[in-house]
Design a protein around this ligand. Sequence first.
Ligand SMILES: Cc1cc2nc3c(=O)[nH]c(=O)nc-3n(C[C@H](O)[C@H](O)[C@H](O)COP(=O)(O)O)c2cc1C
Length: 385
Amino acid sequence: MNKCFSVAEARLRARKRLPRMMFDFVDGASGDESLSQLNSSALDAIRLMPRVLRDVADRDLSTEILGEQMGLPFGIAPMGMCALSWPNADQHMARAAASCKMPLCVSTASSATLETIIEAAEGYAWFQLYADQSAEFVDELVQRAKVSGYRVLILTVDVPIPSVRTRDLRNGFTFPLHLGPRQIWDFASHPHWSLASLIHGLGAGMPRPMNYATSSQGTKFVRNASRGRATWEFLQRLRDRWPAKLVVKGVQCPDDAARICALGADAIYVSNHGGRQLNGAPTSIESLAVIRQAVGNATPLIYDGGIRNGEHVIKALASGADFAMVGRSVLYGLGAGGARGLSDILGLISTEASAVMGLAGHRQITDIGADNLASAHHHTDKGKG
Ligand SMILES: Cc1cc2nc3c(=O)[nH]c(=O)nc-3n(C[C@H](O)[C@H](O)[C@H](O)COP(=O)(O)O)c2cc1C
């Protein structure tokens, strides 16, 4: 495979290689999908101020988040059923997390078990919890995360009900997969993906959500299930029973953020689920600014939504985030070229983040802040003349 030089290029290759149904699951969003696009265009619209006459030859992308030292200022956002983009996606991401020293957020609906992933990631893994349909299953997941050594638990709260995703409806994307003529044609016309999936033992190309498959509760994965058990009371109970770091993901309202902090969460993860839930919501980057104002500087903020290059990472940090997570860009890389495509994309984002940090005048991630935004330097001299 030729090297990928941008996320846009990886996305196009993934679109060719993946069955339509799988590509649309990754690429798609809710409603008219405008928010998913706006997340990236709002990042594009931010301007950074170039700074000059500084020695920025030696730069360091490492940073600390939630008491852990990371090699990069970004990690991989939690994504369920990643093996739809390429066989063994979770293992590839875990190895990449270990080699880059960055956190891989492991979804409740991951395609490998949470135990195997943290082992392959050499500890660079955080567990993302959905308050799923079964309370016993949720308790078991929390216990499994604790026993297998996870130090960070992310509770995702923006899926109280499933959203309407038109592409999935049109493609007849269900779980378990219904194999009608349309789906069979889709697989047959994308032989590269279909053969690779078959070779890796995925019956009909459908990976299994392994945390469910290995549950002693026998809980079945229901793709469109409500994750509505996540209430304020649930969060309070979770805080009481999870002594390590607790992050709440999918927060956009400043009042919610302040209340979550008051309940003792260790960080807020500002996200609109990549535009896959409430399409009418604000862009993630707009929410980041208001949440930073609401919670002050002491609470770590993690950001995701629309990151497609390293510049976007630096813009999120300059806009108030302590750390960023990358979602679809990673799956486009995997879909374009498996482990090699993933490594291209992570390399691209890192190299670019380092260059942009230097051009903005810094050598260290912790020096990036609001002062890097061009808008912070727009002096108006009204008294003049
Ligand atoms: C295919 C896919 C599956 C996802 N699954 C989950 C999930 O299981 N849990 C979760 O908290 N968020 C999930 N998300 C949302 C991501 O964590 C993240 O918020 C979003 O992808 C960020 O936007 P971006 O893709 O534009 O970077 C998923 C996103 C995608 C694209």
